[in-house]
Design a protein around this ligand. Structure first.
Ligand code: GLA
Length: 371
C-alpha cells in the first residue's frame, strides 16, 4: 500500500513529492510474525509513525519555530531495540496501565493474583503486557485526517486477568495539527481495565537535551501521594504550596530536587494528578507542555480522570540496541489514565469493565508553535 495512493484522498493531483496520508511498510519480524509500521502524514506535513508491536507511537514529527520538522518522542528507527526491551516507549499499555498493589485484587468475591514485575507490585499489565503484543492494524480514511486503528484480543486468563478483552486504539493525525488517541475495550467477563499511551516527549527535538527546562501546566488541584513502592496511599492531597503545583506554568526542573518526601519516593515526578474535569466523559484541558528553546507547545485534552506525570527518572543512558542512548530525564510522560491501584481503592473512579459495557477514552494532543 505504501505510496500506492490507496488512501490518498487529500493528495493534490500533481503532488508526486507529497507523501500519501497513510503508508505502511514492514518494520521487521518478532519471532515468526511480521511487524508493520504505519506512517500518517497530515495536510501540514506533521508525521506520526505507529507500529503494530505494542501499538506504539514510534515517532512524531512537528515543526519548531523555524518550521523545522523534528521527532519529539523517544523511539528507535528499528524494531530490534524494542524487542530487546525498552521502558514502554510510545506503547499502548494494558490491560491495566500503572501499578496494582502486590499484583492482587478481588472482584465479585474472587481473588486474583497477577505477575509482580515491579518490586512487590504488578506494573503496566504484567510480564508481557499489551506493549509486548502484536496488534492488527487497519488504515482509516476520514475527512478529519489520516488514521490507523489497532486491535488486540487478550485471552481470558492472560497475565492473570479474567475475561477475553478486545482492546482497540485509534491514532488520528488531524489536519488541525492534533494527534488524537482513542482507546476502546469490551470484555466477556468483568475485569479491571486501564489503557494508556506511554510516549516520552522531548519537545526540543533532540533527545540529548533533558526535559528540565520544559514549562508544564497541569489542570489539577490535587494529586495522589504514594508509598515507597509508588502505590497511592488513598489520599487526594491539594497541590497548593507543594512542588506538585503546576496550575501555572513551571519549569519542570525548578523544584524537582526540592526536599520533598513525595519527590524523594518518586525519584522525581512519577505521580498521578487528579484532573479538574468540566464534566465526566468530556475532553478537558489536562496539561500544556512548552519548550522555550524550540517554541513547540503541546496541549493535552482528555476524557480520562488522571494524569501520570513521569520525568524519565529510570532512564539511565545505557546504550540500547541501535546505539541511541536516552540519558536520565531526557523524556517525560504525560500518561492520561485512571488512577494507579484503582481495583484496590474503592474511592477512586471505577475501572471495572463488565460484559455488555464499552470502555472508551480519548486523549487529544494539539501542537502549535509559540513565537
Ligand atoms: C510509568 C511508571 C514509572 C515507570 C515507567 C516505566 O510511568 O509510573 O514508575 O515504571 O512507567 O519505566
Amino acid at each position: 500500500m505504501a505510496g500506492s495512493g490507496a488512501f490518498a484522498y487529500a493528495a493534490p493531483a500533481a503532488a508526486a513529492a507529497v507523501p500519501p496520508p497513510i503508508a505502511s511498510a514492514s518494520f521487521g519480524r518478532a519471532g515468526d510474525r511480521n511487524v508493520e509500521i504505519y506512517t500518517l502524514t497530515n495536510a501540514h506535513g506533521l508525521e506520526a509513525r505507529i507500529m503494530t508491536y505494542g501499538a506504539a507511537l514510534v515517532s512524531l514529527k512537528t515543526p519548531d519555530r523555524a518550521g523545522r520538522l523534528q521527532n519529539i518522542v523517544l523511539g528507535f528507527d528499528a524494531l530490534e531495540p524494542y524487542l530487546a526491551g525498552v521502558p514502554y516507549f510510545g506503547a499502548s499499555v494494558g490491560r491495566f496501565a500503572n501499578r496494582i498493589a502486590n499484583g492482587r485484587f478481588t472482584l465479585d468475591g474472587k481473588a486474583y493474583q497477577l505477575p509482580r514485575n515491579d518490586g512487590p507490585n504488578s506494573l503496566h499489565g504484567g510480564t508481557r503486557g499489551f506493549d509486548k503484543r502484536i496488534w492488527t492494524a487497519e488504515p482509516l480514511e476520514s475527512p478529519q485526517g489520516p488514521a490507523v486503528r489497532l486491535t488486540y484480543v487478550s485471552a481470558a486468563g492472560e497475565e492473570g486477568y479474567p475475561g477475553q478483552l478486545t482492546a482497540r486504539v485509534t491514532y488520528r493525525l488531524g489536519n488541525d495539527s492534533a494527534l488524537s488517541i482513542e482507546f476502546e475495550a469490551t470484555s466477556t467477563a468483568a475485569t479491571p481495565v486501564n489503557l494508556a499511551n506511554h510516549a516520552y516527549f522531548n519537545l526540543t527535538g533532540d533527545p540529548r537535551n533533558t526535559i528540565l527546562k520544559h514549562l508544564l501546566t497541569i489542570n489539577a488541584d490535587r494529586f495522589t501521594p504514594v508509598n515507597a513502592t509508588l502505590i497511592p496511599t488513598g489520599e487526594l492531597r491539594p497541590v497548593a504550596g507543594t512542588p506538585f503545583d503546576f496550575r501555572a506554568p513551571q519549569a519542570i526542573g525548578s523544584r524537582i530536587e526540592a526536599a520533598d518526601e513525595q519527590l524523594r519516593l518518586g525519584h522525581g515526578y512519577d505521580h498521578n494528578w487528579v484532573l479538574n474535569q468540566s464534566a465526566p466523559g468530556t475532553a478537558t484541558l489536562a496539561a500544556v507542555l512548552m519548550d522555550p528553546q524550540s517554541g513547540r507547545e503541546m496541549q493535552v485534552r482528555t476524557t480520562q480522570p488522571g494524569l501520570q506525570f513521569y520525568t524519565g527518572n529510570f532512564l539511565d543512558g545505557k546504550p540500547a540496541g541501535s546505539g541511541t542512548v536516552f540519558p536520565h530525564r531526557t523524556g517525560l510522560c504525560l500518561e492520561t489514565q485512571h488512577f494507579p491501584d484503582s481495583p484496590n481503592q474503592p474511592a477512586f473512579p471505577a475501572t471495572i469493565l463488565r460484559p455488555g459495557e464499552r470502555f472508551s477514552a480519548t486523549t487529544v494532543l494539539t501542537f502549535r508553535v509559540v513565537k
